[in-house]
Design a binder for this molecule. Structure first.
Ligand code: SF4
Ligand code: SF4
Length: 388
C-alpha cells in the first residue's frame, strides 16, 4: 500500500507551507522516513516545473515559496542540494531567475544546473525505451525530488508528478520524443521509463494554485489550496486527478499506462491517503482538458485515418497571435506542418493537418495563448466530452 499525504494550505507563505510539509513528512514516517529517503549528505536534485520563462506568481511553474519551504526541510538532511530543469523553449537560467527560484536557491546555497549536459544511458528493464539521452545531473543525483505543478494538459489531460520528469530531456530534444511516440500510449510508456531511469524518489505537488482549462501553459489559475506528497509519483498523481474530477484515475492516459504496465500504485484501493480526505478537497467545476489522450489504435494507417476524424486540431485565436513564429520552431514535425501566411496585415500560422501528429507542443509553448484546440464532433462523441 502506497502512502500519500494530502494537505490543505491556503496561502503561498513559506512558513505556512513549511509547516504543512513537515506535517506531511510526519504522517509518512517523520525523521526516520526522511533519513531513509535522503541518506546523509547525498546529492539531492530538486526538479521544479519550469515549463517556460514565467513571472513569480505564474500558475505555469512551481511556486518559489513551495521551493523555499522544501529546501528548509531538506537542508537538515543534506547540504548537497542542486536544482534545475530544462524548459521546452528558452534559457533555463532565465526561467529560474524570473520566477524567483534562483534568488531563493542563492540564499540557501543551493546550486543551479541548466540540464544542458547530457548523458547517454541504457535502461534494461524498460517498458518501451531502452536507449536514452538525458540531463546528466538527473541521472547522476542520489535522490530526485520532483516538485511539479498541478495542471491540465492537452495531450495527457493532466500533468503532475510523472510528467514533470519530461524536463529531464534537454531543451528542444523533447520534440524528438513526440515524433518518435506520436500516440498517447507509447508517449506515456516513455514517461514511465524516464521516471525509472532517473529514479524519481519523492514528489511534492504544488496545487495551492493549480491550472485549469487550456493548460499546461495557457489555462487559468485555479485556487485549490492543496499540497500532495509521497514516494510514488503515480500515487500522488492518482490522488490529484481524483481531486480535479476524474473519479476513475484510469481515465487519464498516463495513469492508465501505469496500471496496464503494472508500473506503480494507481487504484484507490492501493493508496492510503493520510491527512485530509479526498472528499473534502474535491474541486467543484474544475475545467478539465481532455483533448489528445487515448487514441489507442495500433495500425498506423487506421491510426492516421481515425486521428483525422477524431482528434482535435490546433486552432489559432487570431487576435492573440503576436507573429513570433515560435509554434513552428517547437513543432517536432517541422517544417512540414506549420507554415505562415499574411492575413489582414499580420503573419499567422496555418496547419497542414495531414502531417500534424497532435502532440500540442505548439499550443503548450505559444507564449501568449494564441493556440487552442478545436474538437471534432466525432471525437467529442467518442470521449463523451459533451457531458462534462
Ligand atoms: S500562434 Fe503563438 S507561437 Fe505561433 S506565431 Fe502566433 S503567437 Fe507565436
Ligand atoms: S502542429 Fe502542433 S500539434 Fe501538430 S505536430 Fe506540430 S506541434 Fe504538434
Amino acid at each position: 500500500m502506497e502512502k500519500v499525504a494530502l494537505l490543505k494550505c491556503d496561502e503561498y507563505k513559506v512558513e505556512s507551507i513549511e509547516k504543512k510539509l513537515r506535517e506531511g513528512f510526519e504522517l509518512l514516517g517523520g525523521d526516520d522516513f526522511l533519513r531513509t529517503l535522503i541518506p546523509y549528505n547525498s546529492k539531492v536534485l530538486l526538479k521544479p516545473n519550469l515549463l517556460s520563462i514565467e513571472r513569480k506568481e505564474s500558475p505555469v511553474v512551481t511556486n518559489y515559496k513551495v521551493f523555499e519551504a522544501v529546501i528548509r526541510i531538506i537542508r537538515d538532511y543534506s547540504s548537497n542540494i542542486i536544482f534545475g530543469d530544462s524548459p521546452g523553449v528558452g534559457d533555463s537560467r532565465k526561467a529560474a531567475e524570473l520566477c524567483g527560484l534562483m534568488e531563493v536557491a542563492e540564499r540557501y546555497d543551493v546550486k543551479f544546473n541548466s540540464f544542458k549536459d547530457e548523458i547517454h544511458v541504457k535502461l534494461d528493464n524498460s517498458i518501451l525505451c531502452k536507449s536514452w539521452n538525458v540531463a546528466k545531473v538527473a541521472y547522476e543525483s542520489d535522490v530526485l525530488i520532483t516538485l511539479p505543478k498541478l495542471k491540465t494538459h492537452a495531450m495527457a489531460y493532466y500533468t503532475g508528478a510523472i510528467k514533470n520528469q519530461f524536463g529531464c530531456i534537454t531543451g528542444t530534444k523533447k520534440a524528438q520524443w513526440h515524433t518518435r511516440m506520436p500516440d498517447a500510449e507509447n508517449f506515456c510508456k516513455m514517461l514511465l521509463d524516464l521516471n525509472t531511469l532517473v529514479g524519481t524518489d519523492f514528489a511534492i505537488l504544488d496545487g495551492i494554485v493549480a491550472m485549469e482549462g487550456n493548460g499546461p501553459k495557457n489555462g487559468s489559475a485555479k485556487k485549490m489550496n492543496t499540497l500532495i506528497m509521497g514516494k510514488s509519483p503515480s500515487a500522488v498523481d492518482s490522488v490529484a486527478v481524483r481531486l480535479i474530477g476524474y473519479d476513475n484515475p484510469l481515465d487519464t492516459p498516463v495513469l492508465k499506462e501505469v496500471y496496464d504496465s503494472k508500473w506503480g500504485a494507481v487504484l484507490p484501493k492501493d493508496i492510503e491517503v493520510l491527512g485530509e480526505k479526498i472528499e473534502n478537497m474535491k474541486q467543484k467545476d474544475f475545467k478539465l482538458c481532455r483533448k489528445g489522450g487515448n487514441f489507442y489504435f495500433k495500425n498506423p494507417v487506421v491510426n492516421n485515418f481515425l486521428k483525422s476524424l477524431i482528434a482535435p486540431d490546433p486552432a489559432l485565436i487570431y487576435d492573440k497571435c503576436i507573429s513570433c513564429l515560435r509554434c513552428a520552431e517547437v513543432c517536432p514535425e517541422k517544417p512540414n506542418v506549420i507554415k505562415f501566411i499574411e492575413k489582414k496585415g499580420k503573419t499567422i500560422p496555418v496547419w497542414n493537418m495531414n502531417r500534424c501528429i497532435r502532440c500540442f507542443c505548439c499550443q503548450e509553448l505559444c507564449p501568449v495563448g494564441a493556440i487552442t484546440t478545436k474538437d471534432k464532433f466525432l471525437g467529442k462523441l467518442l470521449k463523451g466530452e459533451g457531458e462534462k
